[in-house]
Each structure stands twice: as structure tokens, then as C-alpha cells.
Design a protein around this ligand. Structure first.
Ligand code: SF4
Ligand code: SF4
Length: 167
């Protein structure tokens, strides 16, 4: 398991399907929901304790990869900045008929600005195309991690996982 992740440094679409953190398309279309891209048996569980909705399960054996209970998730974003592996995203495919939003952790400087057009990238760093920043959230509690929400074509909702500034 996770052969691609260990060799290439990013998770493949096939490996992602092996985990239990990906919400169904039906759930994604209903509104914001977490996508947990963490499939390795590592000792880690802050995502579980950060979720007041009890939508994430790791359990007593903290090497158990997290499971998402998609119907409990309310898309609150709390788990995203807490994950040390930057492995959690919140997608919203109900954003509009053609567009989705993707909220991701961001630890670079400078931060983007609201309505700025950026270049969306996939998990491997390949360019997808233009996306628009819709929100930038940063609080003291989040430490170095900001949350950036981008709006992009709906077909990128499970692909766009990073971006770079054009400036
Ligand atoms: S987005 Fe909120 S409700 Fe959903 S899994 Fe994360 S912390 Fe729980
Ligand atoms: S906090 Fe992140 S790295 Fe740790 S178990 Fe949860 S999803 Fe995986």
C-alpha cells in the first residue's frame, strides 16, 4: 500500500481510493465536506480530536489511518490546519453548477489576496490552470498554517491540492 506515495512523494488517485477518508460524489455535491488524504499507518491522530462533529475516527491504535464519516461532517474546516501532514482538504461541489471550492492549508509567504487569480496545481505539482482565491483565513491558533479557499472548475475538486501565485 502507498507505493506511489513512498516513491514519488504524493498520493495517486488509485491509492486515495484505498483509504477511508474520501467522501462519495453524492456527499460532495451536497456541500462542504472533508477529504482526508492520509492512508499510511503512522502514529498520529489530532484530526480525530479536532473534529467536534465526531466525523473522523482513528481509535485507540493511533497508527490506524483516519476514517471519515461523511454524513457527520459539516465542513467546518477545523481539521485542516491541525493536520501536520497537510493531508486534509475541504471541497464543496455545491458551490455552483460549474464550479467547486477547495480549501487547503497554506504555509508560504506572502499570502494570496481575496479574488486574486492563482495557478492551481495537482498533487504532483502539475499545472491545472487558473483558479480564484475566495477566502484566506489565518488566526493565532493556526500558528503558521493559513487556510486558503480557491474556486475552480468542478472537475478539479478532487485534483486541485495546491496553487502558486502568479506575481
Ligand atoms: S471539516 Fe469539521 S466536521 Fe468535517 S471532518 Fe473536519 S473537523 Fe470534522
Ligand atoms: S492529523 Fe493528518 S497526518 Fe495525522 S492522522 Fe490525521 S490526517 Fe493523518
Amino acid at each position: 500500500m502507498a507505493d506511489h506515495l513512498s516513491k514519488k512523494g504524493y498520493i495517486s488517485d488509485e491509492e486515495l481510493k484505498l483509504g477511508s477518508g474520501v467522501p462519495s460524489e453524492q456527499r460532495r455535491r451536497r456541500g462542504p465536506v472533508a477529504v482526508i488524504e492520509c492512508i499510511e499507518a503512522i502514529p498520529c491522530n489530532p484530526c480525530e480530536s479536532s473534529c467536534k462533529a465526531r466525523a473522523i475516527f482513528v481509535g485507540a491504535d493511533i497508527t490506524h489511518p483516519p476514517e471519515l464519516f461523511e454524513d457527520k461532517c459539516i465542513g467546518c474546516l477545523s481539521c485542516v490546519p491541525i493536520c501536520p501532514g497537510q493531508a486534509i482538504f475541504v471541497v464543496d461541489e455545491s458551490y455552483s453548477d460549474q464550479r467547486a471550492s477547495v480549501t487547503m492549508p497554506y504555509e508560504f509567504s506572502p499570502l494570496p489576496e481575496k479574488n486574486e487569480v492563482v495557478t492551481a496545481l495537482d498533487r504532483s505539482g502539475q499545472v491545472l490552470g487558473d483558479a480564484t482565491v475566495k477566502a484566506v483565513r489565518k488566526t493565532k491558533k493556526m500558528d503558521r498554517t493559513a487556510l486558503v479557499t480557491i474556486e475552480a472548475p468542478r472537475e478539479w475538486s478532487m485534483k486541485a491540492r495546491a496553487f502558486r501565485l502568479k506575481r
